[in-house]
Design a protein. Structure first.
Length: 420
């Protein structure tokens, strides 16, 4: 028998632990970058100017320092929603309307989501229009910013509400095994989204155009053929509509796969470098990283739902988090709200897994193209995106999905050179 007051204490302890850790990591990151600001790391001395290196340092420090405000705000809001009685109050308002558990649940979850999104808005405005602007990366107009919010909101409504509806019905009516059915529904939904994303969802936010025929496209086609990879097209999107940061990705599966380059990336890299970047992305596919990540996410959902099924039957889970009346929707909402507090310490494990994959994809790119081209492309990207070359190792272990620049490039330089 667990007392709700013991659970409250455990929650507060984990919250304090993760918050102190996040704050401490942010101080470490700022100190480490400041200490290395005066000179370019030797391995990059002939590739990156001191001016670029210092811009990257200042940009990274500005982002990390600014990030402490949303962190403090997020902790305060979490406490207000839970122990402060915010969710309880919201629940009472909608329960008073007597619509039954499913409609009430949808209303509570929806209004919580809208309020949270509005409360987060000042930070995203500041980050886009002040920080990104100051360092010359912002291309988002106020109109695009507002349209993005409206489109994102409409999409969340159209896709999210039916999904929550189905999950709440299962929680209410499907008996002990509800979470297994819910898992099947969520898994099916995420597969459907991955399939639909490139063709149906991404074009809502960006304009897609086929990469025009020419030397670049020919190089890409040869690479795809060499790697035995079929896609339904190579596209360029107008990433420059929002930011001058460059990127490339690869989305969809089965026959519905698209290779997507940001227009900003095409401006940064030459054909050799572009080919190497694409080979890296193909490496993720060939080494089954995409399938692995899907499996991990399905397994995580499975465990999460099993834990939720157990928690929702207890009293201490609700009472310990400031909610007086037990309900399926409140269990769902509380669970999604507090889970990150307990899983923060797993961050380095996930990052480690992701970096292992990055090394493998780099090795694949070195085999298929030329390691030097990828090194040049990465250096160009670090420079243009003002990514720091000298992150704090511990900060990086927690947050970075990619290995720090010097480590990654050292690995690439150690790759056997391509024959012929
Ligand atoms: Zn990668």
């Amino acid at each position: 028998m667990i007392e709700s007051s013991s659970f409250t204490l455990f929650f507060l302890f984990m919250l304090a632990l993760s918050s102190i850790a996040r704050l401490w990591l942010s101080f470490r990151q700022v100190r480490h970058i400041s200490q290395h600001r005066a000179s370019v790391p030797p391995a990059f001395a002939d590739k990156i100017t001191l001016e670029d290196h210092q811009k990257a340092a200042d940009y990274t420090i500005a982002k990390v320092r600014f990030g402490r405000w949303p962190l403090a705000y997020e902790i305060t809001l979490l406490l207000l929603w839970t122990l402060g009685g915010g969710l309880n109050w919201l629940d009472q308002q909608f329960s008073a309307l007597a619509y039954g558990p499913i409609v009430t649940g949808i209303l509570v979850i929806l209004s919580f989501t809208v309020i949270s999104a509005l409360l987060d808005l000042p930070f995203s405005i500041y980050s886009t229009f002040v920080i990104e602007q100051r360092f010359g990366f912002n291309r988002t107009t106020v109109k695009t910013f507002i349209l993005d919010i409206l489109k994102g909101g409409a999409l969340a409504l159209v896709l999210g509400v039916p999904l929550i509806y189905v999950v709440l019905i299962l929680m209410e009516q499907a008996g002990q095994a509800w979470w297994l059915y819910a898992w099947l529904v969520l898994t099916g939904f995420s597969i459907l989204m991955m399939w639909a994303y490139p063709t149906w969802i991404a074009p809502i936010f960006n304009k897609f155009e086929p990469l025009e025929d020419g030397a670049t496209l020919q190089r890409i086609k040869q690479l795809l053929e060499r790697c035995g990879f079929s896609s339904n097209g190579v596209f360029v999107i107008d990433g420059s509509k929002r930011s001058s940061h460059g990127n490339a990705y690869f989305s969809g599966f089965g026959k519905n796969k698209r290779i997507v380059f940001f227009d900003t990336l095409l401006k940064m890299l030459d054909d050799d470098q572009l080919e190497a970047v694409l080979a890296h992305e193909l490496g993720h596919f060939k080494k089954k990283h995409i399938v692995q990540s899907m499996m991990i996410s399905f397994a995580t959902t499975f465990i999460g739902l099993a834990v939720l099924a157990w928690l929702m039957k207890t009293d201490w889970f609700y009472h310990g988090l400031g909610v007086s009346t037990k309900s399926t929707y409140m269990a769902l909402l509380l669970f999604t709200l507090v889970v990150p507090v307990f899983t923060f310490i797993l961050g380095p494990v996930m990052s480690m897994f992701s970096r292992k994959n990055e090394f493998e994809a780099d090795a694949f790119a070195a085999e298929q193209t030329d390691a030097n081209h990828l090194v040049q492309a990465l250096v160009g990207l670090y420079r243009e995106n003002a990514s720091t070359l000298t992150p704090d190792p511990l900060y990086s272990a927690f947050y970075d999905s990619h290995p720090p620049a010097p480590v990654r490039i050292a690995h690439l330089n150690a790759q056997p050179q391509q024959q012929g």
